[in-house]
Design a protein around this ligand. Structure first.
Ligand code: AMP
Length: 406
């Protein structure tokens, strides 16, 4: 299918041409016509599927078609998203897709002074992209008025839940008109999210693409079994391979992220960390340097990395194995975006084997093992692995292709 079949206006086609998008992704071809008809949507889609354009394009079109003169600018669409990084990226997408529409958007998020944001709001806004805390703050200060809202987007709803934003979301929903169009997106659909969907959506069309359990096929996944103490040395070893153009390395904690960066610096590898203890400016700088390929390696915690959208990210490295299998899918979804191929490497120590087993079950495939590396697990750990022998998935992982990496 081409974009021509979706009934988009010329202003948007022109922008899509500039972006170089040849055809819509599955979520776009399914969601755009439905949203243009004014219907609610419950979209099960992870980042990397093109979901931002799936809601941004029809919103721009709906608002452009009903566009009022500039002096009457009011917030007619609100996109609520969990993190600042994601908010900024969604803002960038609206800038790119909406450049010929004459519509204005503003991005607001916490952790920075509100002055620039309130100044932008006072100039008049059609589309507001916000994180929940700062939005509530600015509503209370009367910088944001939502009574003219027509379209409400709740993005990454499951992440909102993880981050404890559900109460804030309910407060925000209480302040927007009941008669509205609501578009809700979530990578996973646990019971709480389904309950939230039920309470805020009106006969939604349900759209599901690349469900979280089916990892994007274009990503090659491998696991290294290694002892905890050897992980840093293994990372340095792996990154000596210069065919790794850019790598996003995930650690479970902020401290681990900093430690890994220090170790990489010692080995002469240019790396930066991005996590919640860093100032907003430092995070943005690190992200920009990584996007512009000035930094080859970015080490991130899960929350900080949420929504990071880096074109042509070649490798994701799980320095720690996440204990929630869905997190693995989110992490590796940073690479292999929009059809590009990517590689995901996971460093698994003895205690994390159980997590790999759960991940294998979720994605319904065995992750091949790379065992020709300089830090194979020692005898003691081998014994510990054997103690877990009941773990069938491990047995099958070990039978996977050796020397699997190209
Ligand atoms: P998202 O899932 O919205 O984070 O988008 C993931 C990436 O895919 C972003 O870098 C988009 O610029 C890109 N993208 C979105 N739609 C398309 C498309 N139709 N063709 C090519 N790339 C796209």
């Amino acid at each position: 299918m081409s974009f021509d079949k979706l009934g988009l206006i010329e202003h948007l086609h022109k922008a899509l041409k500039t972006e170089g998008y040849a055809k819509p992704t599955p979520i776009q071809s399914q969601a755009i016509p439905v949203i243009l008809k004014g219907k609610d949507i419950l979209g099960c889609a992870q980042t990397g599927t093109g979901k931002t354009a799936a809601f941004a394009l029809p919103i721009l079109q709906l608002l452009h078609n009903g566009h009022s003169p500039e002096k009457e600018r009011r917030i007619k669409a609100l996109v609520l998203t969990p993190t600042r990084e994601l908010a900024i990226q969604i803002g960038d997408s609206f800038t790119a897709y909406g450049k010929h529409t004459g519509l204005r958007h503003v991005v607001i998020y916490g952790g920075v002074s509100q002055a620039a944001q309130t100044k932008a709001l006072q100039k008049g806004v059609d589309i507001l992209i916000a994180t929940p805390g700062r939005l509530l703050d600015l509503i209370h200060q009367r910088f944001v008025h939502l009574q003219h809202l027509k379209v409400f987007v709740l993005d990454e709803a499951d992440r909102m839940l993880d981050m404890g934003f559900i109460a804030d979301i309910r407060k925000i929903i209480a302040k927007i008109p009941a008669k509205r169009q609501t578009l809700m997106f979530s990578a996973t659909m646990p019971a709480e999210i389904q309950a939230l969907a039920h309470s805020i959506l009106n006969h939604p069309e349900k759209i599901s693409v690349t469900p979280v359990a089916s990892t994007v096929d274009t990503i090659q996944q491998y696991v290294y079994f290694v002892s905890k103490n050897d992980k840093r040395a293994l990372l340095v070893h792996v990154l000596k391979d210069m065919s790794i153009m850019s790598a996003l390395v995930f650690t479970r904690t902020k401290h681990a992220a900093d430690r890994v960066v220090r170790e990489l610096h010692r080995a002469g590898i240019h790396a930066d960390a991005i996590h919640g203890n860093k100032s907003q400016g430092a995070r943005q700088r690190a992200l920009n340097n990584f996007k512009e390929k000035k930094t080859r390696v970015l080490v991130a915690t899960d929350i900080a990395a949420r929504g990071i959208d880096v074109e042509e990210l070649s490798h994701v490295i799980n320095y720690d194995i996440p204990n929630i299998p869905e997190t693995y899918v989110h992490r590796i979804g940073r690479t292999g975006r929009a059809g590009l191929s990517g590689v995901a490497l996971s460093f698994c120590d003895a205690e994390e084997r159980v997590y790999i087993k759960e991940i294998s079950r979720l994605i319904n495939r065995h992750i091949p093992v790379i065992d020709n590396h300089p830090f194979p697990i020692g005898e003691v750990e081998k014994f510990r692995h054997q103690v877990f022998k009941g773990n069938r998935s491990f047995g099958s992982l070990r039978r996977g292709p050796h020397r699997a990496r190209r």
